[in-house]
Design a protein. Structure first.
Length: 271
């Protein structure tokens, strides 16, 4: 039966789209260049695998939802001496994800925190790992907008289960009081199982104020730092480099003071 089937139809049934599109061209080239049957087979299978890798990479990048694509080679370590390239290179290794470790990057806007997070994520995707990138506020808005527990779990599940999660811009906006429990649930579920990167403009001791709950913030930091590191980035914003400085006046706040979270029990790192 199969011997009478059209070759194009068989390739379709076998789900070999690249070979289906290029086999005639490959056969003509083999005839011109005198390839053996094994050479032809190796060529068309290699082409199919390369095509599948390219498609997989596109799907993974789309699913990760990075705001831009940056690598570690694009990062100017000369402007950030507190972050040494040799040390940071270790976060690109398989062990970072395999051991379920954490990395927290803290500093003002424009210092490259998101760049470094994306660089780690891109490297992980190239190693066939499942990566998700999301701003903290965007994720919280989606979760807190729904009142149905099952729907909340559906939203959180991909972020709980991915190999590497990059949570960007924690603390840039003050979340609702209920947000702390959502973040704790997410981090606790990933603890010692999957890798997490967080960028923030608030020091660890300020997280209690951000979450409106010092005890919850302390428990969150404790889990992150147990198998994690924190870097405090300093210096001038990339975006403002070379531009005249503008004085920014902070408005006075009438909000009641929220006690700061205690210092984390885990290991900190400043390279």
């Amino acid at each position: 039966m199969h011997e009478t089937q059209d070759l194009d139809e068989m390739l379709r049934l076998l789900r070999l789209p690249r070979i289906r599109a290029t086999w005639e061209e490959s056969v003509d080239r083999a005839a011109r260049e005198g390839w053996s049957g094994a050479d032809l087979l190796r060529h068309i299978l290699s082409d199919e695998l390369s095509s599948r890798d390219e498609s997989r990479l596109k799907r993974s990048l789309s699913r990760a939802d990075f705001p831009f694509h940056r690598t570690l080679e694009d990062f100017d370590f000369r402007c950030r001496p507190e972050v040494r390239r040799a040390v940071f290179q270790t976060y690109l290794e398989d062990s970072f994800v395999r051991e379920g470790r954490s990395l927290v990057l803290i500093g003002p806007p424009g210092l490259g925190k998101t760049h470094l997070g994306v660089a780690i994520g891109l490297c992980a995707i190239q190693r066939y790992l499942h990566v998700r990138f999301v701003t903290v506020q965007s994720l919280l808005n989606r979760v807190l907008r729904t009142e149905v527990g099952r729907e909340r779990e559906r939203i959180l599940r991909p972020y709980k289960q991915c190999d590497l999660l990059i949570l960007d811009e924690f603390g840039y906006l003050n979340p609702e009081p209920a947000a702390g429990a959502v973040l704790y649930e997410l981090i606790a579920d990933r603890y010692e199982r999957r890798a997490t990167v967080i960028t923030s403009n608030k020091s660890l001791t300020e997280w209690g104020r951000v979450l409106h709950d010092t005890s919850l913030a302390s428990a969150l930091v404790d889990r992150l730092m147990h198998h994690g590191d924190v870097y405090y980035l300093k210096g001038e914003s990339y975006r403002l480099r070379g531009k005249p400085r503008q004085k920014v006046t902070q408005p006075s706040s009438q909000d009641p003071e929220v006690p700061e979270a205690p210092a984390p029990a885990g290991r900190g790192a400043e390279a």
